[in-house]
Design a protein around this ligand. Structure first.
Ligand code: ADP
Ligand code: MG
Length: 457
């Protein structure tokens, strides 16, 4: 019932695009709000960060855009420049299937003149902070006369930041027969007043309150970009976690960090979106079975990760999105175990730290970075044998266990997890016996058959 395809108003190209983005089902706020939004109704919604509000209003406003009319038809107001950028980027992703939709961001800190120039040809959609937009309205560089949809995103934060008067004034520039969508994480009186004054019979939606922070000890280190890798090595060396995920914001960082760790004999594997599915699977298997103690991953790549007991999570760089931060650190300390989440922040990430602190109502525990001169290696206990012939070849874990303990004479205690994939079996064995197991298994047989075996290193 929550498939996007149940919404009749969405064209097939858009559904295909959503599928490519990995949006297979609607989030609760989307399921609740989209039908009304697509019909052009006003909606007021209270939903926590990370619940998918952008697509909830974004899909609605995109459906109402007439691409051939070069006038501003939608306006999204956001509290900060970062949020405006995020919303604009998400709208661009959602609009990928539509040719020639112009989306423009307007916020302070950028020269006014440059913005005026890009406004010469009116964008279809403007994403703005209230202060700067008001400047443009007052100077006549923006017109909202043809506006169809007006969105107030993170309305409570906009009021906190003192934008109340600016918002009221902006609303006065928009035509009366527009659609007004109001999104807010909390519902203070000021918001209720704006809703009553500017919305017409809004549909009222409330999705549960802000997620509780997981019970994880969090430490923050301010460190220059260049010192991040040495500090990371020092922290891993000091804490010696059995398993740790290091989150990076980019694939490039992911690979660089992983290489740097391996150079210092810290057993690490990288996981990012450029990898082939098979390599991804192998990496996840090797991390889960103890063949690697550190996984260096991007957020998207780490989504499929299901590891029971992560001792530690390290944010190599802060995420822009507090909710992503919460997801990252929530991967440690599962099932009541204690966990440690460490964040490395370069001075240029100070604003992200401030947003995090504000949105999570958390006072950050800043620690003094100590970079050691030598690093204790972090060696994995296990190694992984990859055997050709998995489920499809009707191979069973017992067959492999039999071969290793029988002919080859390994002790049961030297053998770890055995995981069967369709075409391969992955077996964890203790490092000390890995070479022996590999050689003998390559020469021997499983269930009477010769098998190709590789030792993954
Ligand atoms: P909010 O504005 O409520 O804080 P966002 O709109 O920023 O949340 O969405 C949070 C994350 O969820 C984003 O990374 C977005 O790409 C993703 N997302 C949104 N809708 C879906 C969906 N239906 N399926 C999968 N991911 C989604
Ligand atoms: Mg949002």
């Amino acid at each position: 019932m929550t498939a996007f395809s149940t919404l009749n108003a969405l064209p097939p190209e858009l559904l295909a695009n959503l599928n490519e983005l990995g949006y297979h089902t609607m989030t609760p706020i989307q399921a609740a709000a989209l039908p009304a939004i697509l019909e052009g109704k006003d909606v007021r919604a209270q939903a926590k960060t990370g619940s998918g509000k952008t697509a909830a209003f974004g899909l609605g406003l995109l459906q109402h855009i007439e691409a051939g009319r070069f006038v501003t038809q939608s306006l999204v107001l956001c509290p900060t420049r970062e949020l405006a950028d995020q919303v604009a980027n998400e709208l661009r992703r959602l609009a990928r299937y539509l040719p020639n939709i112009k989306i423009l961001t307007l916020f302070g800190g950028v020269p006014f003149g440059a913005q005026r120039d890009s406004l010469q040809h009116a964008p279809h959609i403007i994403v703005a902070t209230p202060g700067r937009l008001l400047d443009h309205l007052q100077k006549g560089t923006v017109s909202l006369q043809a506006l169809k949809t007006l969105v107030l995103d993170e309305a409570d934060r906009m009021l906190d930041m003192g934008f109340s008067d600016a918002i009221v004034e902006i609303l006065g520039h928009a035509p009366a027969d527009r659609q007004t969508l109001l999104f807010s994480a909390t519902w203070p009186e000021g918001i209720a007043a704006i809703s009553t004054r500017f919305q017409r019979e809004p549909l009222n939606i409330e999705i549960d309150s802000v997620d509780a922070l997981p019970a994880v000890e969090q430490q923050f280190f301010e460190v220059s970009r260049r010192q991040k890798i040495p500090l990371l090595l020092s922290l891993l060396s000091k804490h010696q976690p059995a398993s740790c995920v290091v989150f990076c914001n980019t694939k490039k960082d992911c690979q660089e960090v992983c290489d740097a760790l391996n150079e210092q004999r810290q057993s690490a594997l990288a996981l990012h979106g450029d990898m082939e599915q098979r390599d991804r699977d192998q990496t996840l298997v090797r991390f889960a079975n103890g063949s690697s103690r550190v996984l260096v991953a991007t957020d998207v790549a780490a989504r499929g990760l299901d590891i029971k007991s992560l001792e530690m999570v390290i944010n190599f760089e802060l995420s822009w999105d507090p909710e992503v931060h919460v997801h990252r650190i929530g991967r440690t300390a599962r099932a009541g175990e204690s966990g440690l989440a460490i964040s490395l922040c370069a001075p240029e990430e100070a604003q992200r730290a401030a947003i995090l602190s504000e949105m999570l109502a958390l006072s950050l525990d800043w620690k003094e970075p100590v970079i050691s001169s030598s690093f204790k290696p972090l060696e994995a206990e296990m190694a992984t044998l990859c055997i050709d012939g998995g489920k499809k070849a009707k191979m069973r874990p017992g067959d492999i266990l039999g071969a290793l303990t029988g002919d080859i004479g390994l002790d049961g205690a030297d053998i770890g997890k055995i995981v069967m994939h369709p075409m391969h079996a992955y077996v964890a064995v203790r490092q000390a016996v890995a070479n022996k197991a590999f050689k003998q298994l390559s020469q021997g047989k499983i269930k009477g058959k010769n098998c190709r075996v590789r030792l993954l290193k």
